[in-house]
Design a protein around this ligand. Structure first.
Ligand code: HSE
Length: 440
């Protein structure tokens, strides 16, 4: 048998501890699969005394992950600390410069520095694996990076944040408040250290930027993503969506258009009878549309210790099985120096259907005025529903819900601005984009 692969794990939170437990309890089976043993040689975390359910005997402890990256007797540095900057970025750079393979689950780090790190790894002939960074346990990185090479991609979209999907599902199915659902997602270890990254869509944006690069071959452009989170979604929206045959999901979407690549993250209405509408709780889903394969939908656990550790483990075993000196898989799907500049499509030119919820003063002519503003902007309506009473907004209020046929974002923005100017709106209009799966 070949020499053991020696690994160091930086970060022993939910994922790191799960990984260490699995590596120890399945050591024999893993050695058989990989043709060599995988040994935990070093670990780094904040609190040494804590019981994490695995045996620390014989494992070197480092208080400082950077020191571990620079000095530990390891072949692979596994970064599970998180954060785009600070210890994660410094230690990953140090590990690559020193000639160590790296495995990370850190989407924020890759969104910010992925191209630079990919170049560094490729110059040194190293693997930089990051399956756990996107959609938890779903093997979407390997699928895009390796299995679908040669396909041309037209659109990919998905539910990539388990916390948001968990919140939206429990709000709809159990009528729980947003705050209670978020607390529970935190307790279960799904949420980011700062959960605003989940609910404001940043986490989905980080993940989307990585998938966009793998699909479209552009440099990572996480800061050029149109972003709306779910904190503005009310139980009224969720119920109205269901009445109209839709469910609300936080989607990340990357789409090739005539003017460039759209990257957008926003609450989205998906048809109730689509598969993605049935994806509940912490489960994630990624749909990929390409010319040779057609439509692929991958569904699986999106967050949590074991699901994420499973993806990290796959990355580690890939390194254990790789041949020393062989050419490695390009980190971002093609050699990093061949990635193209990102050609951003303008959001105002996005085309699709829209759900618009308006709370209005109950008086004659309002309905007609709304219809006129829509017609003035060439917006064709799929449905218009008027709820006679909106108790939360008072007796004099009515809710009007419009669903448009495919139209342009700029037309919707102009029409909504004109309606706001008419003086009969109570509160802010709610506008939610509709996304239609091709077939599934
Ligand atoms: N906070 C993330 C989520 C963890 O909820 O999906 C997995 O990336």
């Amino acid at each position: 048998m070949a020499d053991a692969l020696k690994i160091g794990i930086a970060g022993l939170g939910t994922v790191g501890a799960s990984l260490a437990r699995i590596l120890q309890t399945r050591a024999n089976a893993l050695a058989v699969s990989c043709g060599r043993a995988i040994t935990i040689q070093a670990v780094s975390a904040r609190a040494k005394g804590k019981d994490r359910g695995f045996d620390l005997t014989g494992i070197a402890w480092y208080d400082d992950p950077v020191e571990m990256a620079e000095k530990a007797d390891i072949d692979v540095f596994i970064e599970l600390m998180g954060g785009a900057e600070g210890a994660a970025a410094v230690s990953v750079r140090a590990a690559l410069k020193r000639g160590l393979h790296v495995v990370t689950a850190n989407k924020a780090l890759l969104a910010a520095h992925g191209v630079e790190l990919a170049k560094l790894a490729e110059e040194k002939g190293l693997l930089l694996n990051y399956e756990a960074a996107v959609a938890g346990g779903i093997p979407v990185i390997k699928t895009l990076r390796e299995s679908l090479t040669g396909n041309h991609f037209s659109r990919l979209y998905g539910i990539m944040n388990g916390t948001c999907n968990y919140i939206l599902t429990r709000m709809e199915k159990e009528g729980l408040s947003f705050a209670d659902c978020l607390k529970e997602a935190q307790r279960l270890g799904y949420a980011e250290a700062d959960p605003t990254f989940d609910i404001e869509g940043n986490d989905t944006a980080h993940k989307l930027s990585i998938l966009t690069t793998l699909a479209f071959g552009n440099q990572i452009a996480a800061d050029q993503i149109y972003l709306e989170g779910i904190s503005n979604i009310s139980i009224d929206d969720i119920h109205a969506a269901r009445d109209l045959g839709y469910r609300i999901k936080l989607l990340g979407v990357a789409q090739k258009t005539a003017t460039g690549i759209e990257q957008r993250v926003h609450p989205t209405m998906v048809p109730l009878d689509s598969v993605i509408a049935q994806v509940d709780g912490v489960t994630n889903a990624v749909a990929i549309e390409s010319d040779i394969l057609g439509e692929l939908l991958m569904v699986g656990p999106g967050a949590g210790g074991n699901a994420t550790a499973s993806a990290v483990l796959g990355d580690v075993t890939d390194i254990a099985k790789s041949r020393p000196g062989a050419q490695q898989v390009p980190v971002l799907g093609r050699p990093a120096h061949l990635l193209e500049p990102y050609a951003q499509a303008e959001m105002t030119r996005h085309e699709g259907g829209y759900f618009i919820r308006l709370t209005v003063v109950d008086r004659t002519g309002v309905f007609a005025s709304i219809a006129t503003q829509m017609a003035n902007n060439n917006i064709s309506l799929e449905s218009i529903v008027q709820h006679s009473k909106t108790p939360a907004a008072g007796d004099q209020a009515k809710t009007i819900i419009l669903v448009t046929h495919a139209t342009m974002e700029s037309a919707v923005r102009t029409a909504v601005a004109a309606i706001k100017g008419e003086g009969y709106l109570l509160g802010e209009p709610q506008v939610i984009r509709i996304e239609r799966p091709k077939t599934v």
